[in-house]
Design a protein around this ligand. Structure first.
Ligand code: AMP
Ligand code: MG
Length: 200
């Protein structure tokens, strides 16, 4: 597969630039994109085949769940059970590097959640990430855009070195600002659990 590279910098006419990447995602393809934490490898969160492609491109074990990326808080409710505590965390820390693990609804394919009953959600603050989610028209399942076992990439050149030939497109939005992965908290049970320390 030939991987194309597009420049998409904050401040560009993102609506125009992201028209084609949005089309690729709607057809089930994969697009790597910048977030404020690290670069993500995005596919349609509700399309099981897109999730399978993500695992294949990364060489990632299929029991390692993906994080679903949103551009609006309202996109959470159809995907997961949102209680008052989760709603408060979203209001306080989204958009930003906080990932919440919540009980998944059936629309989230098992492939996107590594076969678990829960799923991880995050709303990135990077303007290119949110504009890409808007251009696709749906949330994106997006693990870090590296080959499994390699460090999470913080610029498009590193994504290119890892994933060229394996995905449809890489969006170059320049180096990321946070540079480490999001903090992951499981709030699916009564006792909240910090699963991964990170950028929050
Ligand atoms: P990455 O997208 O590469 O940063 O990896 C996502 C990480 O989020 C996984 O490796 C898990 O550590 C965590 N994660 C995602 N979904 C869940 C879930 N449903 N339950 C627990 N941890 C999760
Ligand atoms: Mg990763």
């Amino acid at each position: 597969m030939e991987t194309r590279q597009f420049r998409a910098m904050p401040g560009d006419d993102l609506k125009e630039i992201l028209r084609e990447p949005g089309e690729i995602l709607r057809e089930g393809g994969l697009v790597a994109f910048p977030t404020e934490t690290v670069y993500g490898l995005g596919g349609d969160a509700e399309n099981a085949e897109s999730s399978r492609k993500i695992y294949a491109a990364k060489g990632r074990p299929s029991d390692n769940p993906l994080i679903l990326h949103l551009s609006r808080v309202e996109q959470a409710e159809p995907l997961v059970c949102v209680d008052e505590r989760a709603r408060r965390l979203m209001r306080a820390f989204w958009p930003g590097p906080l990932t919440l693990v919540l009980r998944a609804r059936d629309v989230v394919p098992l492939e996107a959640r590594g076969g678990l009953s829960t799923v991880a959600l995050r709303m990135p603050s990077h303007p290119v990430a949110s504009a890409l989610i808007d251009a696709a028209g749906f949330p994106l399942a997006a693990p870090s855009a590296n080959v499994s076992g390699r460090p999470s990439p913080t610029d498009a050149e590193t994504v290119w070195a890892d994933l060229q030939g394996r995905i449809e497109m890489i969006l170059d939005g320049g180096p990321v600002s946070v540079g480490i992965e999001s903090t992951v908290i499981d709030v699916s049970e009564e006792l909240p659990l910090l699963l991964r320390p990170g950028g929050m």
